[in-house]
Write a protein that binds this ligand. Sequence first.
Ligand SMILES: Cc1ncc(COP(=O)(O)O)c(C=O)c1O
Length: 583
Amino acid sequence: MIPVIQVIPVIPAILVTPVILVTLVTLVTLVIPVIPATPMIQTNQTTLTIQTIRVILTSLMNLATLIPAIPMTRAIPAIRATQTVAVIVPTQNLQILTAHLMTVLLTTDFKTTENPPATGDFFCRKKLKFVIALTKLRLICPASGSALDSQLVLPHQKAYIRREGIMYDAPKLNLTKSMAEFEHGKTCTPGGVLGIRRPYNFVEGEYPIYFDHGKGGRITDIDGNEYLDYLCAYGPIIIGHREEEIDNAAIDQMRNKGFCFSLTQPIQNQLAVKLKNLIKCAEMTVFVKTGSDATTLATRVARGYTGRNKIMRCGYHGWHDWCVEVKGGVPAKLYEDVYEFHYNHLEQLEDLMKQHGDQTAAIIVTPIGHPLAEQVEYPKPGFLEGVRALADKYGAVLIFDEIRSGFRVHIGGAQTLFGVTPDLSTFGKAMANGYPIGACVGKAQFMKKIEKEVFISSTFFPNSLEFVAALKTIEMLERDKVLDVIKAKGEWFNAELGKVLAKHKVSTGASPVPQMPFVTFNKDESKTYKAKRVDFYTQLIRRKVFLQPYHHGYICYRHTDEDLKYTLKAIDESLSFVDEKKY
Ligand SMILES: Cc1ncc(COP(=O)(O)O)c(C=O)c1O
């Protein structure tokens, strides 16, 4: 049985009759300001110090704020009780909860018992688990911060809170429908859902598996839980979910023109010209539907152009044969010419190029480093320039994979931000706010290889719905200075996050890239960082903040300042949980 916090009430029943309450509240309002605050004096139930009187009066005032929300029939027997009762607030209203929380913390001794509270006491008639959840919740004092830091909480009360680990443990989410749907999904789709969306990539049993809808910076799962969405569909949602302007433009195209034809609609040229005007290396463009299409296309162009086979890669570039991380089903000869180096480790690339430079067709690198489960990195001074120089030295094509950085860190991509121009570059994700599009852009001398020797074609590549969405998205990005706004929000968030992380014992890291926030857990010798990471992200998702434990997040335009503040508070509390827990 789960232990229950019990409260020894100190308030006689007679005080709760409405008339006396009103009198009391008036009295309290007049008396409290003149009672001096004194340091907490350890009390027992019979000795009343000035501090205790002050506390009781404050508590009564708090109780008075509760009365309107509680049917008197329930309130009276509870308060009349002279025996030990569990005082549980029959509400999820945070204000009422907080008021009562203070009452509980300030006036009572805690004891644990194996017995649930007797019916008829002052408590909500839900399951015991729910009662406990509320009990835990009320021990989080939004106003006063940690009860563990409060002088008003007695040492043995603090010990109790610590021992039970209840201080910051938020209630588990109801995910019944997600779980049931997943069981169903597994019968008709291998693994239920695909790849990185599988539950083991989050915290199993704690994160939802299916979403129902989204709007702006929020998403709602099929159980009705609404979250702040910081994964943004793994990057495409740069403005927000269900952007009317973009959706309306796509709907207009659907209704008035159509989008899937055997010949190409001229809007393709419009978008290609737009990219040419924005992105340094984008003299020509080929549009595809995914990021993997775009990176594969770029490497094929490089091989076609140079007549060489080898590729030096750095970062995730998609699921196609040449670069997929899990090699099952892929003949070795399809990736045996592909070599990996680590981001910001120019010396590794130098070594590789010394060995294979004359056979290297392309160096493909993400201009911002974002390895899975590790911290996001900006390029060290000279890194991208060094990569450019090595490509030039050995006659290899330099490809920047800007699938994540494009239309996010700068309207002209990271290549504009860092002032290093590649030969080819790939874009996708944020380019059309969720509509499926990828683009390989590049200098004409390379791209022209696609005219004859290199073949690229797909039934759906010219579908125009995505072109419409991309043009509208880019129009909004420019018109509303969306990327500047996101950067400013991210910078503020990161600065505040730094302060939050510094407050806590647990050793963490944060992404330096304001558009891509991420809290990582530093490896420790005892390897507790993994458990801490699981606990932290569990607490975070329970507080309805949707961030991925192993992948950086994204800030979108529709995230409000309030959203960001709430998220910081949730991170703070979740780290407190980790701080308090013994590993
Ligand atoms: C840097 C990078 N390149 C390529 C890809 C592949 O894109 P897609 O998943 O659209 O095929 C991704 C996807 O996350 C990516 O992050």
